[in-house]
Design a protein around this ligand. Structure first.
Ligand code: NDP
Length: 400
């Protein structure tokens, strides 16, 4: 049915590529292109015996638009799946515009020198994508991604107006290390050491990092401490969900993680400001990344479950309603299936599904869109089919 160029070959990309190869009816041919080609070749060697999907590999510097354009012209994909890092979003979008190729990603653009998640840079491409007749699907991971689909689904089927959304991201997995991050350490630490914020009554309310703590009793997991963070889907959901008064995002963290993070912060290791070291400029956070365990290596060690979902409160026919929809994943099961732990799995599966929505033209409109702007039903069906089944509760415990 279609050809996808997949940029990046890290933790998330590896899962998405496994899933594309399970879905050869849609993914006839893929090209895995990344900075380190040997990783792409190793994955190709592992998968090509198991799939009808034809696999090519390439080296690419995704910071370089010309490099990307020549790769796209060479492979002629129907879609570029950006599974590299948020820093590459705009160069890849530029190359897609130049070659009139559809685009998707899992995280919004972030400049290297400012830890600030905002859609403004990517939303600025709306008119150009529309005029070029191509689609950009932004944020097709889990959060952002499935959380937006859950919101669109709740809106479509259960509410006239949604006033409150709480997004709860729980990882109860244990990898046995005193400190490691479950996805790219640089991106993860930038996210959790930034100030928190939530959307209320039409404006952002800012908090100190980890200032707001709640305890929640997660289905199939139990009681966990969770902390309010800024998260990128809040920005688009605030615009796209009718009647919204407040959106908050909570993520669980264990005490050991928080203690290590505080210590690293206190000694300056999480800073993104370059320092001089033996005559060379280094960014402390990038150095820290180099000494921490590679998230891809956590797969075989991680045990336990994740539970990510959204709690909605609003009205239908004038009557107040609540609704909780969530997915539970088991780290060991994800590893047995695709060789990765659940954090990469819960991102890589929706990346494949988003790509499938575009390649099959199930989602087909020109412009730049966040995921909740499309019909959620086919995506919700695909979640059940491709490894992320969801569950519903119409009388959930609410977060105060
Ligand atoms: P990894 O660090 O494991 O992988 C990133 C990959 O991108 C690596 O293969 C890396 O190459 C490649 N890459 C980096 N820079 C370039 C470049 N300039 N040119 C070409 N390739 C490059 O990250 P993850 O897999 O953990 O994360 C991937 C994306 O998923 C990130 O944007 C992250 O923010 C997002 N994410 C989204 C989530 C969601 O739910 N929406 C949740 C988790 C992550 P090399 O191997 O050479 O380093």
């Amino acid at each position: 049915m279609g050809k996808a160029l997949i940029i990046g070959c890290g933790a998330v990309a590896s899962v998405a590529i496994h899933k594309c190869c399970q879905n050869s009816a849609v993914f006839d041919e893929i090209c895995i292109a990344s900075r380190t080609k040997s990783k792409c070749d190793a994955l190709k060697a592992k998968l090509e015996k198991t799939t009808k999907t034809k696999i090519k590999t390439a080296q690419v510097d995704a910071d370089n638009v010309e490099d990307l354009i020549s790769l796209i012209n060479d492979f002629k994909p129907d879609l570029v799946m950006n599974l590299a890092l948020p820093y590459q979003d705009l160069t890849i979008m530029d190359a897609c515009l130049a070659t009139k190729t559809n685009y998707m990603d899992t995280a919004n653009y972030e400049p290297l020198d400012t830890a600030k998640f905002e859609y403004k840079w990517q939303w600025a491409y709306r008119k150009r994508f529309e005029e070029a007749g191509i689609t950009a699907l932004l944020g097709s991971g889990f959060d952002p991604g499935v959380t937006g689909v859950f919101s669109a689904y709740a809106m479509k089927h259960y509410f006239d107006e949604i006033e409150y959304i709480d997004i709860l991201d729980c990882n109860a997995g244990d990898h046995g290390y005193p400190f490691a991050t479950n996805f790219n350490p640089e991106i993860n630490i930038r996210e959790v050491s930034a100030k928190g914020s939530y959307w209320e009554d039409g404006k952002w309310v800012e908090t100190e990092p980890m200032e707001i703590k709640r305890v929640y009793d997660f289905p199939e997991v139990g009681k966990k401490d969770m902390y309010l963070l800024h998260h990128e889907e809040i920005e688009s959901l605030a615009l796209n969900i009718k009647g919204i008064k407040r959106i908050r995002f909570f993520m669980t963290f264990g005490q050991s993680y928080l203690t290590h993070l505080k210590c690293l912060e206190n000694v300056g290791m999480t800073s993104i400001v370059p320092i001089d070291f033996e005559g060379k400029k280094i960014v402390p956070l990038q150095f820290l990344k180099a000494v921490l365990p590679d998230p891809a290596s956590l797969g075989p060690r991680t045990k336990g479950k994740t539970n990510i979902g959204c709690i909605f409160k609003g009205k239908k026919g004038g009557v107040e309603k609540t609704y909780y929809v969530y997915n539970v994943c088991t780290h060991e099961e994800c590893f047995a299936e695709v060789g990765s732990q659940a954090v990469a799995y819960t991102t890589g599966v929706p990346a494949m599904i988003g790509a499938m929505m575009l390649l099959t033209k199930t989602w087909n409109k020109a412009g730049v869109f966040n995921i909740e702007e499309f019909d959620p039903d086919p995506f919700m069906d695909a979640l059940n089919k491709w490894g992320l089944p969801w569950q519903e509760n119409f009388n959930p415990e609410l977060v105060d």
